[in-house]
Structures are given as C-alpha cells and as structure tokens.
Write a protein that binds this ligand. Sequence first.
Ligand SMILES: [Zn+2]
Length: 200
Amino acid sequence: MPRHARGTYYRRRRRGRKVNVPWTITYGDTKDERAENMVNGTVPNTVIRRNYPPLSNQPIEFDFITYTRRRGLRQRIDSDTGLFNDVQHRYVEFIPENERNRTYVYVRSQRYGEIVSGPRSTRSNPIDTGIRDGSILKTVYVVTFNNTIETGIPINCSCPSEANSCKHMIAARTLYTGVVGQNMLPLPNLNLQFSAVLKF
Ligand SMILES: [Zn+2]
C-alpha cells in the first residue's frame, strides 16, 4: 500500500501539497535494494538536505535501540559513540581496522532525518519504536553477529522487523564481509543463538 511521503521540492511547490510516493520508491523496491541504498549512502527523498544523517571524522555520541517491543520485551534505549565518516558509512557505522574483532555494528535507520511531527513532517508511517530528537527521527539500531563482523554472519538486529534478515543486517554484512544481498546461509542452531543474544 502506498505510504504518504514528500514529493520533490518542485512538485510540492507547484501543487502546494504533499504527494503520495510509494514506500518502495522512497526506500528501495526490495530488502536488498534498501540495504544497497544504505551502503551507497543514498538518502531517501523524505529527508531534506539539512537533516541528512551527518558525517564526521570524529566519533559522535548517539542513542540506539538495544531491542524493541517484539518478542515480548520492552524497548530499551542506550547510548554509545561511533564513527559515521563518509558516504559509504552514512548508515552503517565505520569500524577501524583494529576494532574489527567486534561482534556488533550500529546502523542508522533509513528514515534517520525525517521530520515526523509538526510543520513539514512526513507522514510515511507511524513512529512506534523510533528515537526522536525534537521533531526529527534519529533512530539507530544495533546489528549483532555470531562471530566477528568480518568472519561471522548477522544473527540479530534491534529494529522492529520480524524477518530473519532485515535490511540493516544485510547492509552491515555487505560492508564488512563483502557478501552482498540476503542470500546468507542460516545456521542450523540459529534460533538458539537468537535467544542467547536476546538475554543480555
Ligand atoms: Zn534491522
């Protein structure tokens, strides 16, 4: 079903109202395409330029969702610091070579930067699990791997998706293991690992 979103500036000015842009055009047709857009640092047309997810050569502090309400758990928000230093790492955190033994990666929401209340807000879909800074969405998720980010596969993401592999997991794996797309081989004991991860 098409969601409400901003049209181009030209069309908004000409028509003087918001236009319907389908979710697939705004964020990507498939999960793989949405992941690819994130890896390429492509910002959806629902985000105006001054609200683009910021890039910096210095680590920045941010809030992230540790897990969502799904699976009967309450959403919890924590904070940490990380590097989002170039276009390729606009959404997927940059992890320096000497920290590649880590087993988790922070990934910004594809909706990061959308205005979700008040004037100029997008009406794409309801915000139930997002992190907001005033009227702007600044949600960050954490993707967990079953081993180091370069040798493992992603086994969990703190986003609301119920899928076994969401776009954040695909994007993180694409950048750090070089395996593109969602054709990952599930491990036989994947469910056990899921429960283990969700317990901390
Ligand atoms: Zn996710």
